[in-house]
Design a protein around this ligand. Sequence first.
Ligand code: 6GU
Length: 230
Amino acid sequence: MHIDILSLFPEVFEPMLSTSIIGRARDNGLLTVACTNYRDYTHDVHRTVDDKPYGGGPGMVLKCEPVFAAVRDVESRAAVPPLRILLTPQGRRLDQPLVKELAAAQTLLLICGHYEGFDERIRLGLKPLEVSIGDYVLSGGEAAAMVLVDTVTRLLPGALGAEESVEEESFTDGLLEYPQYTRPAEFEGMRVPDVLVSGHHAEVARWRAEQRRLRTRERRPDLPAARQDG
Ligand code: 6GU
């Protein structure tokens, strides 16, 4: 997969993109990422990317010209037309089913905003898929783009080692993860459950399945999997 990220702050991405699973996916050629600054597509001496809103009001609005120019330039060099994604709190909420859809694309183009918002014609003209990562306010789309890249990368074939199976994780089957322990068997009076120390694989599996059901019901009764019998 190839991901282009358009942003006013392209430098914020590199540390997370070169670390851990994303870094390894890039090293192994499963993923390429290119970050581009809208400011490189301005033509005035101040390299202006934002302006006051028509009709008045607080804050500044991201201008059309540098965003359209950046999108067109990046896409003109792409092998296949990318799936355009606009990071905005007004978008479709990112969840694991949407992550799966995005991970099936060959190329993603992530359009990050900052300031009070985008000129509406960015939506109207570029017709991106609008994606939000949750119901809270971020200062810009950068943190949301990073979340999206992380979640999608984990689903690329070969990105996770055998030790990091996608299958057993929270949300892949709609249930939360079971509790994990490692040595020592007792820490500050807290003991690892006997069943895990016992070495009975079938009982361990049964205990973990039960813990997942209990946890999901307790913590996330809103999830469909919490309502199932068993
Ligand atoms: Cl994608 N962008 C911004 N600015 N705020 C958000 C968001 C995105 N998702 C949740 N809050």
